[in-house]
Design a protein around this ligand. Structure first.
Ligand code: F6P
Length: 550
């Protein structure tokens, strides 16, 4: 396949960039009074304003042409049809089937996967209801009060993010925790002071072969048995989510306590599957289905809308423009919602594990920069930390602002019709994107009577691009739409760069080396080391340190 940079639309974008590159957002807005409403799109209850990007009509035209040239429509259709688009792993990519309605069958190898999905959703719902109602009794006859999800990567980040994001809708007498790190501190702190008789572990691992998860699951099992003194207790206190029935059975989890998913669900795309069991226990099946409906609404929009009006496609194309033409290497995600505090971490895996790649699907070099480095924190906290760099640093950092029309915890006095604290939060969001785009010129600074020596310090050059996403309220539906929006934006970027967004070979080497090193550390005979001189010396130093008493 041809590298994207050889396509005529790419060449067109390069020439176009040479013309528009020096144009300030101030000029673009001055030239078009309608700009702030022209470059917007609504879908699935979300509103995207992308007018504060360094683009004009020609940019959008070239980007849409590029998407057509790269076969975006065809790739979308192939994904929804269940074709094997993850070619390096020979898998279909069907997270959209996880939120498809019953009665819209999708046949894969003679099986209706949508019917399969709904059968598992029903099992999850029945189990969740039992836990929520206190009807599921633990080994000592007590109801479950603590749920600990053990998993890592996609088996942790999605559910942990969703639990935080939808905490407002959660059943508050159930306490949920997430253990991912193989650092024993994670499990020790999560279980500290808990009664094992009231604690349920959900062991989430698509492969059921991930060392961190299995190690934590074994430790959790040992912790439970230290209190419950009976192997039979495992059946009441452990459930699994996996594609690997054999391995879960070997762990001691009976088939009826195993919630399946399928190889066509990628780990980082799995929060709508049984990997979301903890989410469903927290918020209940009805809210979980609302989340799926939000995802589905965005899926349908992505599948149907023309590129120029397609929210995820536009966001993905803008990411390509910012990365490859404006030279931005990172992307800040700034939710003005405390509940979305884990959203940037979730997006890191979604974006960087999907598109952090240097070769195309056929193995040839991509030939341009790929995934931006994603990072962020909720506003307004970030404003008092790293926003200095966003406004006056030497690097260009495109920002996604996310805000809502209503907060979920109004702070006004009874009878106040307006949530002043939420207004203040949103005022900050609007102020930040305005300041980034328009800045403050030296003459504006001087007009304020600022001492000449300080003028350079007080200038904001502006011209820093951002998107703003608004929704009415952070509901399960809105979260679902937001997640699907980013999933499909990442998909779009992958299509443009010609890469397989659904494999993750880049994590393998570290895993193999860690296993080899773990064997060396476990051997108390301190075997000879054959790494490089730095790694050898570090391992030797570690061996010495662990001999010393703390
Ligand atoms: O190491 C990367 C990865 O394979 C992720 O893609 C995945 O989400 C995570 O590990 C966990 O995998 P599993 O669910 O199979 O334990």
């Amino acid at each position: 396949m041809n590298a994207v940079s050889t396509r005529s639309a790419w060449q067109g974008l390069m020439t176009h960039h040479a013309h528009i590159g020096g144009t300030h957002l101030r000029e673009l807005f001055a030239a078009d009074p309608e700009r702030g409403t022209r470059w917007t799109v609504s879908a699935a209850g979300l509103y995207l304003d992308y007018s504060k990007n360094r683009i004009d009509g020609e940019t959008v035209g070239f980007l849409a042409e590029l998407a057509r040239d790269c076969g975006l429509h065809e790739r979308i259709a192939a994904m929804f049809r269940g074709e094997v688009i993850n070619t390096t792993e020979q898998r279909a990519v069907l997270q959209t089937a996880l939120r498809a309605p019953l009665g819209a069958p999708l046949w894969l190898h003679g099986v209706d996967v949508v019917a399969q999905v709904h059968a598992v959703l029903d099992r999850m719902a029945a189990f969740s209801e039992q836990i929520r109602a206190g009807a599921w009794r633990g080994h000592t006859g007590q109801p479950i009060r603590h749920v600990i999800n053990i998993g890592i990567g996609g088996s942790d980040l999605g559910p942990a993010m969703a639990y935080e994001a939808l905490n407002h809708f959660s059943q508050r007498d159930l306490d949920l925790k997430f253990v991912s790190n193989v650092d024993g501190t994670a499990l020790a702190e999560a279980t500290r002071g808990l009664d094992a008789g009231q604690t349920l572990f959900i062991v989430c691992s698509k492969s059921f072969g991930t060392l961190e998860t299995l190690t934590n699951a074994q430790a959790a099992r040992a912790w439970s048995l230290r209190q419950l003194h009976d192997e039979a207790a495992v059946a009441r206190h452990f459930v699994a989510v996996s594609t690997n029935a054999e391995a879960t059975a070997a762990f001691g989890i009976a088939p009826e306590q195993m919630f399946p998913l399928w190889d066509w669900v990628g780990g980082r795309y799995s929060m709508a599957s049984a990997i979301g069991l903890s989410t469903m226990i927290a918020i209940g099946p009805a809210h979980f289905r609302d989340m799926l409906a939000g995802m589905r609404a965005m899926d349908e929009h992505f599948r149907e809308a023309p590129i120029e009006h397609n929210m995820p496609a536009l966001m993905g194309l803008l990411a390509v423009w910012n990365t490859d033409f404006l030279g931005a290497s990172t992307q800040a995600v700034l939710p003005y919602a405390q509940y979305l505090s884990r959203f940037p971490a979730y997006l890191q895996q979604l974006t960087m594990e999907s598109n952090g790649k240097h070769v195309m699907r056929d193995g040839r070099p991509v030939g341009c920069d790929t995934s931006p480095i994603v990072w962020g924190e909720p506003g307004t906290n970030g404003q008092h930390s790293f926003y200095q760099l966003l406004h006056q640093g030497t690097r260009l950092v495109p920002c996604d602002f996310i805000g809502f029309g209503h907060g979920l915890n109004p702070m006004g006095t009874d009878g106040d019709r307006v949530d002043r604290q939420h207004d203040l939060l949103m005022a900050n969001l609007f102020a930040q994107s305005e300041a980034l785009a328009f800045g403050k010129t030296a003459s504006e600074v001087r007009a304020e009577g600022v001492d000449e020596a300080l003028v350079p310090h007080r200038v904001f050059e502006g011209n820093r691009p951002s998107n703003t996403i608004l929704a009415r309220q952070l509901t399960p539906h809105a979260l679902g739409a937001l997640v699907a929006l980013y999933e499909h934006s990442v998909f779009t970027q992958g299509v443009i760069w010609g890469i397989d967004s659904f494999d993750q070979w880049g994590v393998e080497l570290g895993k193999v080396l860690a296993e080899r090193t773990a064997a060396e550390l476990a051997d108390t005979g301190n075997p000879a080391l054959y790494h490089d001189s730095s790694t050898n010396a570090l391992i030797q130093r570690y061996r010495q340190l662990r001999e010393e008493r703390p």
